[in-house]
Write a protein that binds this ligand. Structure first.
Ligand SMILES: *Cc1c(COP(=O)(O)O)cnc(C)c1O
Length: 494
């Protein structure tokens, strides 16, 4: 299967090239030329299989220039260790047709692990085929979660190195500790004096600097990117929606062919887009429900057809969804309206920060998508309510989805069983979750809060978070923006 650019369908590459290159030279994103279909018989057969087997099967439909053995090895490398639940992405049933798909059982306790545990393996195979003998160097600028998940994914993966820059004043104490104590022989972490934008701008500049690129090439290395527009991150996310559906069959909650709704707490639109692709492949889905926090740009877009980023940016208690430009939306627009229109709209977005889709495209969107948003108060109220009524503790991002879903059910009367994506462990956002459960701010430090949350709720903190306090700090360097090049060279010994 070939991949084409969302902004020019004459650009055609293999799946290895799509993954190795990350983004198309015309600024577009790579999308599969056609969507492979999966029958109900195949879904029923997958219901008898393990997560790894489901992953091999579904990825095989998209990554056609990987051999079966290569895919098997990638899947094994990703999901055979590092996940605390043997089901990898277990489904927890709550009353009212709510089925929580827990995507946070990986090493960093956030859903980014689902893709970032396998991406390094896909990338090394793709790199071996697209540019044999080259060492892949991953540079990441992070505001927190992605950096840690990428470090864990790439650690000790042969043929790769990873270097993460984070803003010295822009990550939570827990996130900082997670990164600074990172283990592995091919990893490095460096703070930079500045904010996230400074880190991001610096990384982008290094990526595109011709002289630095040449220096790497001479040393047999090349930069690559692990960010969420890489097809190698999206494809693995399709798997868990099939897996959840299979588990619902196994649990006796649905029969093969029954429709489900899928609810996703959304930021960059990657996770919900993966669900949409699953639906296009044949997973029986009625509605995709896009949940946002107070940054409601997507709610507005999916209900009115107007995308307008010229609005206030809010910092919320669900920070991984604090986003005004959802890059992966471009892939949905391509599927619905084609590359000419995408090019026009993305041009407008870059120039004016706003575009409006035509009525036909909006009609197609509304057929498949519902959307809603909620603020921090409603998010906290949901955490408290779900814990009290159902004994289930959810994190702030998941709570946004649960809130929006409740509202959806009330306003539509649609009682179709729902798969609700749960994207982080509640212990990753202890301060807000503890406040929601107890009704007051605690005044404790990060680790005391983790313990207190565990005590108050009777839930165990994942050991990889609880154990951080005892781990040795390996990376304590903080550099100026201007020193970033030197840090890169130093790490790479070039
Ligand atoms: C990244 C992230 C999201 C948003 O996912 P997208 O694919 O960007 O829409 C939601 N919740 C958590 C915890 C995340 O880390």
């Amino acid at each position: 299967m070939n991949y084409i650019s969302t902004r020019d369908d004459k650009v055609k590459v293999s799946s290895c090239e799509a993954i190795a290159e990350g983004i198309s030279a015309d600024g577009g994103l790579f999308v599969p030329e056609s969507i492979p279909e999966i029958s109900l018989e195949e879904i029923s057969a997958l219901a008898e299989k393990t997560y790894a087997e489901r992953a091999e099967y579904i990825l095989g439909l998209f990554l056609t220039d990987f051999t079966e053995d290569e895919l098997k090895a990638c899947v094994k490398g990703a999901y055979s260790t590092g996940f605390s639940d043997e089901k990898i992405a277990p489904v927890v049933n709550l009353p009212g047709g709510r089925n929580i798909l827990e995507l946070f059982k990986g090493p960093t306790c956030a859903f980014k692990d689902m893709a970032l545990q396998i991406l390094p393996h896909l990338l090394t195979v793709a790199g071996r085929k697209a540019a044999p003998g080259t060492e892949i160097v991953i540079l990441v600028a992070t505001s927190g979660d992605t950096g840690k998940a990428a470090l864990e994914g790439f650690r000790d993966v042969p043929g790769t190195k990873i270097l993460v820059f984070y803003p010295s004043e822009g990550v939570s104490p827990m996130q900082k500790l997670q990164m600074c104590t990172q283990e592995g022989n091919n990893v490095a972490v460096c703070a930079i004096r500045g904010n996230f934008d400074d880190a991001q701008t610096g990384v982008k500049r290094i990526f595109t600097d011709k002289a630095i690129g040449e220096k790497l090439r001479l040393a047999g290395k090349a930069f690559s990117s692990a960010n969420s527009i890489n097809w190698g991150r999206l494809a693995p996310q399709i798997v868990y929606y099939f897996s959840a559906y299979c588990d619902l069959i196994g649990q006796g909650n649905i029969k093969p062919g029954d429709k489900v709704n899928i609810v996703v707490p959304t930021g960059n639109f990657g996770n919900i887009l993966a669900a949409y692709y699953a639906g296009e492949m044949g997973l029986p889905v009625a509605k995709f429900i896009c949940a946002s926090n107070r940054n409601s740009v997507l709610t507005e877009f999916l209900t009115t057809g107007v995308y307008d980023r010229n609005r206030e940016f809010y910092t919320t208690i669900s920070p991984s969804m604090d986003i005004l430009i959802s890059s992966n939306l471009e892939r949905l627009l391509y599927t619905l309206a084609g590359s000419e229109k995408v090019k026009e709209w993305m041009g407008l977005l870059a120039k004016e920060g706003r575009y409006e889709v035509d009525p036909e495209t909006l009609g197609k969107i509304k057929e498949k998508f519902a959307a809603g948003c909620c603020d921090d108060e409603a998010t906290k109220a949901t955490i408290a309510k779900v814990f009290k009524e159902d004994g289930y503790l959810c994190d702030t991002h998941t709570a946004v989805a649960v809130t929006v879903y409740e509202e959806y059910r009330k306003s539509t009367g649609d009682l179709t069983p729902a798969i609700i994506a749960s994207t982080a462990s509640p212990f990753k956002f202890s301060a807000s979750v503890l406040e929601a459960v107890t009704g007051e701010k605690s005044g404790l430090d990060e680790f005391e809060m983790v313990n207190e949350l565990s005590r108050v709720t009777g839930k165990a903190c994942p050991p990889q978070l609880a154990g951080l306090k005892e781990k040795a700090v390996r990376f304590d360097r903080c550099c100026e923006k201007a020193e970033m090049d030197a840090v890169v060279f130093e790490m790479l010994n070039i």
